[in-house]
Design a protein around this ligand. Sequence first.
Ligand SMILES: Nc1ncnc2c1ncn2[C@@H]1O[C@H](COP(=O)(O)OP(=O)(O)OP(=O)(O)O)[C@@H](O)[C@H]1O
Ligand SMILES: [Mg+2]
Length: 323
Amino acid sequence: MTVPSAAAGNVPALSIVDLTKRYSNGVEALKGVSLTVAPGDFFALLGPNGAGKSTLIGIISSLVNKTSGQVQVFGVDLSARRDAAMRLIGLVPQEINFNLFEKPFDILVNYAGFYGIPRRQAVPLAEDELKRAQLWDKAFLMSRTLSGGMKRRLMIARAMMTRPRLLILDEPTAGVDIEIRRGMWKTLKDINIAGTTIILTTHYLEEAESLCRNLAIINHGRIVQQGPMRTLLAQLDVEGFLFDIEGELPAQLPVIEGATLAAADPHTLDLDMPRAMDLTRVFEALAAAGIRVRSMRTKSNRLEELFVRLTAAPAATPTEVSA
Ligand SMILES: Nc1ncnc2c1ncn2[C@@H]1O[C@H](COP(=O)(O)OP(=O)(O)OP(=O)(O)O)[C@@H](O)[C@H]1O
Ligand SMILES: [Mg+2]
């Protein structure tokens, strides 16, 4: 079998072209997704419930059949060489799927055995992985007795047993408290620094911000945004204010170029504007329209709000942002 001719470092860890998925009940979960993840990257796939994240991950890890499109893992085509592609991937699924009546150590060694790794090799690997996951002291307890966070770490340790080049995690930290989440971030950062490409899905912007270099936002089966994290964050550099107004707002609000103005209620104005914009311009425009501001406050949860707005936008042409 020929290895892709390009230098190994240039072959994307994941290349997806025009992927679609229609489930048998007619749901179009993916409507033409194209995505490239560079080797060594830490990549976030963000999107609301039902966006298509798990479907996408299911297809990459051969659990779900695609309807059309192309998927390559380190240059290995998923349709043509499914087993070879699968050997490159470690998957941490959204739901806990190990046997709760097995011990962590056995779960890891048996998993390795399933992938053809002999026991004498698997045993020291399992010890390494359980130590990295801070689970070595639980190695020989019934895994049913592990906490929710420990169970998730165990799934990461299990996926690492085959030394995958691409580790895919589907909401690894869902429902996990912030302290444990931070611990898992550290584990994932270590794995990434040691050379494994990571893709994770998450609802938490904070998580993507803390871990990932690049991201794609998926909504209703389409990529609505993709590019470097810092470019998105720069774009999120919008400030939101609420103005309490004396009297009632006029029916026609003034237009302020570059800013968005809306009535939150008859006495409250909602303003979004780029951070660099001068507030004086806003006050001048309001005064000219006969609107008198009594007080103003900053809107909280700016990031979440913008994320919601991005994913609420009609899924039109995907925006490719460059570094
Ligand atoms: N096995 C299935 N059969 C039919 N429809 C499905 C199936 N799995 C998912 N879907 C539908 O496909 C769409 C995408 O679901 P998917 O699970 O990929 O979303 P998600 O982004 O992972 O959501 P969440 O954040 O809630 O996990 C949804 O409309 C869902 O109802
Ligand atoms: Mg999901």
